[in-house]
Design a protein around this ligand. Sequence first.
Ligand code: ARG
Length: 467
Amino acid sequence: MSEDPLANKHQAWSALFSEPMSALVQRYTASVGFDRRLAAADIAGSLAHAEMLQAQGILTAQDLADIRRGMAGIEDEIASGRFDWKPELEDVHLNIEARLTALVGDAGKRLHTGRSRNDQVATDIRLWLRGECDRLAALLAQMQGALVELAAQHSETVMPGFTHLQVAQPVSFAHHLLAYVEMFARDGERLADLRRRVNRLPLGAAALAGTSWPLDRERVARTLGFEGLCRNSLDAVSDRDFALEFAAFASICMVHVSRLAEEIVLWMSQSFGFVDLADRYCTGSSIMPQKRNPDVAELARGKSGRVIGHLTGLLVLMKGQPLAYNKDNQEDKEPLFDSVDTLADTLRIMTEMVGGMRVRADAMERAALRGYATATDLADYLARKGVPFRDAHETVAAAVKTALARGVDLAELTLAELQGFDPRIDADVFELLTLRGSLNARALAGGTAPAQVRAEIERHRARLAAD
Ligand code: ARG
């Protein structure tokens, strides 16, 4: 017998075939170039399966010991880069099984009892994705932490809040940052929720119908830390809705990142000048010597496109498939891998960048003063004095028009001038017309008043510390 029991065959699976696969078909169908990334999950799944087979009396203690020894050797070979991945063995599963058999003989050939690559691959992806969910949850928490700590320095830093990108009302920079913390916190909730559905065991479904072997699925689930079983064998091997949910989560999260990135690009432009990024996150221009471009933020914005594309790709991949397993499903891996990698790298780099951002509080404040951001406060003031709000709105519009013509802020009009618009205006109005007065007035839950924002910062700190 040659060292590799599969070496003399055309391919891994059967003596039924009478001619070898063409090189093009082999290249077209092989997945080992990318699914080798599932190797650790594949080995963990196989060891749990083997341990259960032995407990059920299907494998001997010697078989199990051989399988464990062989798998330990394979893990070493993979870790040290010595493992010889063979495209002719198609995928990660057949590569590892062939190597196991080469190392330990018949025990390796017995491992696949009561199992199919169909339930095996579904198990592997779920195991792998579960680990990635946990890694991403930590990165999401770090992103939030960086935003919360930056916010903690800026509960009194006033900036213009915008609607339609026109100056609307003053908000604190901290309040603006905490809006993103809320978004990322919901992303974290989505991730934790979908993880529960990722974390169910397909093994035991075999090819599609279950198996005649007396497997103990509960035992395998416990060994691998799955929260439950996939309860229908056809569904277990064929559906990838857990991957769709993950891709949807990743897309939403990337959209949140993209909006933040877009704001950073705007804030850094000369027209805003609200923030400055450290040089290490910028690049120069090959022709314009003065340029410092926020490439990292732009790429974070741009990379949302590929992750959203992966969600679309996966949805289309699934939509026409009849039950149960089809080879189409092999196409689930690359979009999933790339979504994980893109999101992880993007979160990491944005966390660093936000942490190192220099904030130009004076520029923010100047911008807030330019746009009559306290006009609503004046209208509210008049409404509190009994003027119907719609009339107050008109009166203030006239006052803004006058101030605009004179090139001054509302707070710079004299009391007499203001009283010309409505005699009910008193000297106490000036407190409200300042940016800080406007901020302080919004002290209800969810508002931008500094005291309120500081309480939110503490709530987020406690939440993130408890995770
Ligand atoms: N590489 C395959 C995949 O990723 C494994 C399952 C193949 N099963 C089969 N019967 N061809 O989906």
